[in-house]
Design a protein around this ligand. Structure first.
Ligand code: UDP
Length: 220
């Protein structure tokens, strides 16, 4: 019996998109599907979802296994950080997943727990922190630096020389203008870029920007 148990943590929409990547990755190294489960704290133990067992986190920890891996398939960055800390406390290893058609070119470093969905491209000379999510069809171009717990919705176009700080969220179809060498376009910590926004200049930390060209959305 295999001693290793693997989980996709989060059994909602994104988790169900990530599960096939996990299954394919394990099959490629000869691990049977039975060693792969969904973990979800809102689920009842013993349920099945898309062919895999679903269990609560406590049950996952109690299952017979000597080594445990979990991929955090939860889009919310704050929840992701909280759960990443919990996994560390419980000696569950962070697990990175990448679709088989992901393209990674040259000198790319990606931190632990990254989820790279189908058709994602990371080009050259890129640094990415922990628990990065790149949803379908997103790309990161040359010389970008991306922090921890950053989330790309589908089809984000992140052009070259862009710096994205920790916990930023980039919405579906957003386009981020290329920065300059040594003078990157900066998206600040915790900023939110709305879907379809065209970002042409720096976005302050914590701001939400929308539109073309992207402007700060007033909170009222
Ligand atoms: N969840 C969990 N533990 C937590 C927080 C969230 O198991 O501490 C689960 C939650 O029950 C839900 C999923 O994570 O099934 C998050 O799904 P949601 O639809 O909010 O967003 P998604 O990440 O799928 O876009």
């Amino acid at each position: 019996m295999s001693e290793t148990l693997y989980a996709v943590y989060g059994a909602s929409g994104f988790g169900r998109e990530v599960m096939p990547l996990a299954r394919a990755q394990l099959r490629s190294i000869g691990v049977p599907d039975s060693r792969l489960v969904f973990v979800d704290d809102a689920a009842g133990d013993g349920e099945m979802l898309n062919g895999q067992r679903v269990m609560r986190y406590e049950t996952f920890l109690a299952e017979p296994a000597t080594i445990r891996y979990a991929a955090l398939a939860i889009a919310n960055d704050v929840v992701r950080e909280k759960l990443a800390d919990q996994l560390r406390t419980d000696a569950v290893s962070p697990w990175s997943l990448a679709a088989s058609n992901v393209v990674v070119l040259d000198d790319v470093e990606v931190g632990e727990g990254a989820l790279l969905c189908p058709f994602v491209t990371l080009t050259s000379n890129i640094r990415i922190g922990r628990q990065f999510h790149a949803n379908i069809y997103s790309y990161v171009a040359h010389d970008c630096v991306i922090g921890d717990f950053v989330t790309f919705a589908p089809s984000v176009k992140c052009n070259g020389n862009v710096r994205i700080e920790d916990h930023a969220y980039i919405g579906t179809g957003a386009v981020i203008k290329q920065g300059k060498p040594g003078q990157p376009l900066v998206i600040g910590r915790g900023a939110v870029v709305g879907m379809g926004a065209v970002v042409t200049k720096d976005v302050p930390a914590g701001a939400t920007v929308v539109g073309n060209p992207a402007r700060i959305m007033n909170k009222d």
